[in-house]
Design a protein around this ligand. Structure first.
Ligand code: ADP
Ligand code: MG
Length: 421
C-alpha cells in the first residue's frame, strides 16, 4: 500500500473491492456472479475482464512501475488520470471512437470501461492477414476530429490553456517518448536491441549525421509545439477491431504536441505491417493482396484526414486561430483556404518525419512490433526490417518534399522489392 492507500487489484480481490460500484452492478450484475480474468498482454498496466450475469466490463489499473520491466522502473500512477482525461475528451470530440468510460478512481488509478467484444487488437488481425472494412476512413476521421477539436482552432482559449496545463503533468510518459522515440535509436543506448543481421544498416544510420539532426528537429517539435491533445501512442496495438469497426484504446501517453505526431505514428505502423507481410507468407507472394490493402489504408487515412480536417476548418473554426472575423467576414474566404493549404502542408511534413522516426524506434529501440517479432526466421525478419529502416530514413530526410501520399505508398511498394541489408 502507498501513502495514499493505493493497492494493486488481483482477480480475487477485485469483486470485494469494486462490487459496491453501482455502475458495475448495473452493467455486469451482482459481484457474487463475477468471474475475473487478467488479460496481461499490456506493457505497462493491469487489465482485468470482469464477466457477470448481466454483462462484462474492463477494469484497467496503473501499477507504480512499468509492468514489462518490473519494479526497477518506477512510473507514476497518475498516468491513469491522463488516460481517463484523454478518453473522455476523445469521446466528446469523436463520439464512439473509444470505449465508454464508466468509472474513474484517481487514488487507485483505476478506469472502469466498456469491454470491447468481439474486438481484437488490430496488430494481431493484420499479422493474421485479416482486413477491416472502412478502417482507413475511421482512423482518418479519428485523427482529424480529435486533433482539430483539441486545438486552438476549435477550443476556447481558457479551455485549451487549462488542458495544456493538465496534460503538461504527464511528464514521465512524455519522457519515455522523448528518449525511446527520438534519441535512443540513434546511438547505442542501454535498452536498445535489434535483430542480428541488421548491424550494417544500424551502423550506417547511426553514422548519418543529417539523420541525427533531423531526429532532434523532430524532438524539438514534439517537446515545444503544443498544437493539440495527442493520443500519444497511436499504433495498431492501440486499436481494437471487428471486421467492420475500429475503436482506439490506451491514450495514457496523451500530451499536447504537433498535429502530425499521431498521424505519422499511425501511418508508420501500417507501413511496418506492410514490410512485415513477406515474413508471414506460407507460400511466396500469398500476402501480396494484404500488402496492397495495407497501403490502401495508408492512403485512405491521409486522404480522409485531410478531407475531414478541411471540413472542420470550414465549419467549426471557432478558436483563437485564423478567425473568420479576419477572413470570411472580410470577404477573404480565399485567404482562409490558402491558410488551410499551408497548414496542411506543414502537417504533412511533420507527419512524414514522425512516421520515419517511429519506423526506426520500433526496430532499433526497446519497444518492438509483433509484426516483425513474430517472424521466427531471423534472416527473413532482418530483411523485412531493413526495408522499413531504409524507408524511415527517406521519410525523415525528405519530409515535406514528397508530393503526396501516393508517392509514399509507391516508395513502400518499391522498397519492399529491394535488399537493404
Ligand atoms: P497497456 O497500457 O498496459 O498497454 P492496454 O490499454 O493496451 O494496456 O490494454 C492491454 C490489453 O487489454 C489490450 O491489448 C487489449 O487486449 C485489452 N483491452 C484493453 N482495453 C480493453 C477494452 N476496453 N475492451 C477489451 N479489451 C481491452
Ligand atoms: Mg499503454
Amino acid at each position: 500500500m502507498t501513502a495514499q492507500g493505493y493497492v494493486a487489484l488481483t482477480p480475487d480481490s477485485l469483486p470485494g473491492r469494486l462490487g459496491a460500484l453501482s455502475v458495475l452492478r448495473d452493467r455486469v450484475g451482482p459481484s457474487d456472479s463475477w468471474h475475473v480474468r487478467e488479460v496481461g498482454d499490456g506493457n505497462l498496466n493491469l487489465v482485468f475482464i470482469v464477466t457477470g450475469s448481466a454483462g462484462q466490463a474492463v477494469v484497467k489499473q496503473a501499477l507504480p512501475y512499468v509492468r514489462l520491466v518490473g519494479e526497477s522502473w518506477p512510473l507514476p500512477l497518475k498516468r491513469s488520470f491522463f488516460e481517463y482525461n484523454a478518453l473522455i475528451r476523445q469521446e466528446a470530440r469523436d463520439p464512439g471512437s473509444v470505449p465508454a468510460v464508466w468509472h474513474f478512481d484517481e487514488a487507485q488509478a483505476i478506469v472502469v470501461m466498456e469491454f470491447l467484444a468481439p474486438h481484437v487488437i488490430l496488430r494481431q488481425a493484420l499479422i493474421a492477414g485479416r482486413r477491416v472494412t472502412g478502417l482507413g476512413q475511421r482512423l482518418g476521421q479519428f485523427c482529424a476530429r480529435t486533433l482539430f477539436r483539441g486545438s486552438d482552432l476549435s477550443m476556447t482559449a481558457a479551455a485549451r490553456k487549462a488542458d495544456l496545463a493538465l496534460f503538461a503533468g504527464n511528464v514521465e510518459l512524455c519522457d519515455i517518448t522523448e528518449n525511446l522515440v527520438f534519441s535512443d535509436p540513434y546511438f547505442d543506448a542501454p535498452m536498445n536491441r535489434h535483430t542480428p543481421g541488421l548491424e550494417g544498416i544500424v551502423a550506417r544510420l547511426r553514422a548519418d549525421l543529417s539523420l541525427k539532426v533531423a531526429a532532434q528537429h523532430l524532438k524539438l517539435a514534439f517537446t515545444s509545439r503544443a498544437e493539440t491533445m495527442l493520443h500519444g501512442d497511436l499504433h495498431t496495438g492501440s486499436i481494437m477491431v471487428t471486421d467492420t469497426e475500429a475503436k482506439v484504446i490506451d491514450p495514457e501517453f496523451a500530451t499536447y504536441g504537433p498535429i502530425g505526431f499521431d498521424v505519422g505514428m499511425l501511418i508508420a505502423n501500417f507501413l511496418m505491417a506492410h514490410f512485415s507481410q513477406p515474413g508471414h507468407e506460407a507460400t511466396p507472394g500469398d500476402r501480396a493482396g494484404q500488402q496492397d490493402w495495407l497501403l490502401s489504408v495508408v492512403e485512405t487515412i491521409w486522404q480522409v484526414f485531410v478531407a475531414e480536417f478541411s471540413h472542420l476548418w470550414r465549419t467549426e473554426r471557432r478558436g483563437i486561430l485564423y478567425q473568420a472575423s479576419l477572413y470570411e467576414d472580410q470577404g477573404h474566404g480565399l485567404a482562409a483556404e490558402q491558410a488551410l493549404a499551408d497548414l496542411l502542408g506543414r502537417i504533412w511534413a511533420d507527419t512524414l518525419g514522425f512516421c520515419g522516426i517511429e519506423m526506426h524506434r520500433r526496430i532499433l529501440g526497446l519497444a518492438h512490433n509483433a509484426d516483425f517479432e513474430r517472424i521466427e526466421d531471423e534472416g527473413r525478419r532482418a530483411a523485412c526490417e531493413a526495408r522499413a529502416l531504409a524507408m524511415g530514413r527517406q521519410l525523415m530526410l525528405g519530409a515535406g518534399a514528397l508530393p503526396g501520399i501516393g508517392t509514399v505508398t509507391a516508395m513502400a511498394r518499391r522498397m519492399d522489392k529491394e535488399d537493404h541489408l
